[in-house]
Design a binder for this molecule. Structure first.
Ligand code: ACO
Length: 344
């Protein structure tokens, strides 16, 4: 079925609500590639184990002179070029690996990409950060506070992951992705049609970096209860995506692209299977970048577009899960937008 056709009576009438519409997509990856063999030479792990258990073959790592803010600026600038715009009204940055705890990085990003003076702030929702930031930007657009918002997600997990811990070091990569959202209408291609967001603070310690009070001495590295997170990620992304599909009246077999948070190829397969989405629609773009946390969905969108696995008009379902715990989902028909890529 063509993505712009609606299937139920709820969608038969044109929908004149204001909506956020995707108008541009940009990415930035650090140039240095770290392969699985690099880890196998240093840790008790192997290329076979990493590929089989995660689907990851390589990831990018920011050099000492490249910061999270640098990656965010480059991706944001690329998204502006993709949208053919020179100005936006607000900037929301999703990250959990800021270069410094205070202040937020978004005002600096706005200044450095020639948008100084606009409202700019960070959103911290770990791997769900991009969808939380998109939902926040949608609120700014629908409330009439902005006509266009730049949403950027940038991460440098290589700075918070213990390089000697095989259970986390092999999983993460650095990178950034960004979208320009403009105020438009729900019937337009690229309009975000539904959202679901949630959190479970009782399980905050399943994924965390210890604070000074928890660990006064020694290095404070990222820790994750891998198996617990694996199961929760499948459960929460499935439930959340299902809710958005119901709200949009999209049946599983009408989904043409499922872009789930790229943490593990097996998680993506399991979510698609539980949702009943065709396996060819479950886009797995993890092999060359690993888990880039908040940046994973915009990076996956760009890779899938470049590889022809995502096309304009596709009914696209986005879903993410991460520390907090947090999760979120959104739906859109993919618009006629060409990604602009950059490297640092
Ligand atoms: N190489 C070899 N063996 C390893 C490695 C490695 N790199 N890492 C772990 N192992 C071992 C473990 O020590 C364990 O050994 P044991 O049985 O002797 O104790 C064995 O492999 C199995 O460990 P599991 O954790 O059960 O392995 P699993 O199949 O679950 O895969 C993984 C581990 C990849 C971490 C998986 O649990 C996973 O993907 N979890 C979810 C990650 C995720 O979704 N994150 C999203 C949020 S991240 C964020 O928000 C920032």
């Amino acid at each position: 079925m063509h993505a712009t056709e609606f299937t139920t009576s709820a969608r038969e009438e044109p929908d004149y609500r204001f909506a956020a519409v995707v108008a541009g997509l940009g990415t930035c990856l650090p140039r240095a590639e770290i392969t699985n063999s690099w880890f196998a030479d240093r840790l008790d792990t192997s290329d076979d184990w990493i590929r089989a258990r995660t689907g990851i073959a390589a990831r990018r790592r920011a050099g000492p002179d490249v910061s999270m803010t640098d990656l965010a600026c480059a991706a944001a600038d690329a998204a502006l070029r993709s949208a053919g715009r020179t100005k936006v009204d607000a900037l929301v940055l999703a990250t959990t690996t800021p270069d410094r705890p205070c202040p937020a990085a978004a005002p600096e990003v706005a200044e450095r990409i020639g948008q100084g003076g606009i409202p700019a702030f960070d959103v911290s929702a770990v791997c769900s950060g991009f969808l939380y930031a998109v939902a926040t930007a949608t609120g700014l657009l629908s409330a009439g506070l902005a006509n266009s918002v730049l949403v950027t997600a940038a991460e440098t997990y290589s700075r918070i992951v213990d390089p000697d811990d095989r259970s986390t070091a092999v999983l993460f990569g650095d990178g950034a992705g960004a979208v320009v959202l403009r105020r438009g209408h729900a019937w337009e291609q690229g309009a975000l049609l539904g959202f679901d967001l949630g959190s479970d603070g009782a399980s905050w310690d399943a994924i965390h970096v210890p604070g000074e009070r928890e660990q006064p001495d020694g290095e404070r590295w990222f820790t994750m209860r891998g198996r617990t997170v694996y199961l929760r990620a499948i459960e929460r992304m499935t439930t959340s995506a299902r809710k958005v599909m119901k709200d949009c009246a999209w049946g599983p077999d009408t989904i043409e692209a499922l872009v789930a948070h790229q943490a593990n190829a097996r998680i993506i397969e399991a979510v698609a299977h539980r949702l009943g989405v065709p396996s060819e629609a479950a886009l797995c773009e993890i092999a060359l970048v690993g888990n880039t946390a908040a940046a994973s969905i915009p990076l996956a969108l760009a890779d899938a577009l470049d590889g022809g696995r995502l096309k304009p008009g596709f009914r696209t379902l986005l879903t993410a899960f991460g520390g907090g715990l947090t999760w979120g989902s959104a739906a859109l028909t993919w618009p006629q937008v060409t990604p602009v890529r950059s490297e640092l």
